[in-house]
Design a protein around this ligand. Structure first.
Ligand code: FES
Length: 163
């Protein structure tokens, strides 16, 4: 049976919400430029960092992500003018909520990466991955799954009666 809470052979699973206009393009450029970065990140492309509802982040942690990255355009560069300012404000409030819930600082991170900053994207992903690796598996909000349940032997009483 899988043991997702052990640290042996454990690799952090990180979900990244990247805005279409800057960070996603930066990630794309990192890929086409063959810049190496840890393969632990799964990307969800969003129209703008301001589109990321904090519930998505909490839900990602609940569903098994060990870390979450939200990345958008630099201040002043948002394609929708102020989306990243809303995101920054929401993120500050979310950090306090996560702290209240006992989620370690560093498990959820926010960054600015422009379309031309492929190297910066790789640095951000590397930093988030290493930070989450040091924190270990996400145990705080993660929902229990069938993999976590102890093995139970089901005994059919009718079979016992026949023996
Ligand atoms: Fe990139 Fe708004 S479009 S943060």
């Amino acid at each position: 049976m899988a043991e997702p809470h052990t640290t042996a052979d454990w690799e952090p699973k990180i979900l990244a919400f990247l805005c279409n206009w800057c960070s996603y393009a930066g990630a794309d450029l990192a890929g086409t430029s063959r810049i190496q970065y840890p393969p632990n990140v799964r990307v969800i492309r969003v129209p703008c960092s301001g589109r990321v509802n904090p519930i998505y982040i909490v839900e990602a942690l609940r569903q098994g992500a060990d870390g979450v990255l939200v990345s958008g355009c630099h201040p002043g560069d948002c394609h929708y003018l102020a989306g990243n300012y809303f995101a920054r404000r929401r993120f500050a409030m979310l950090q306090r909520y996560l702290e209240y819930l006992g989620v370690e600082k560093g498990r959820v991170q926010f960054s600015w990466v422009s379309a031309s900053e492929a190297s910066r994207f790789a640095e951000v992903v590397t930093k988030v991955t290493e930070d989450v690796r040091l924190l270990g598996p996400n145990r705080r909000l993660r929902m229990a799954t069938l993999d976590d349940a102890p093995a139970v032997e089901i005994v059919d009483p009718s079979v016992e009666a026949e023996e």
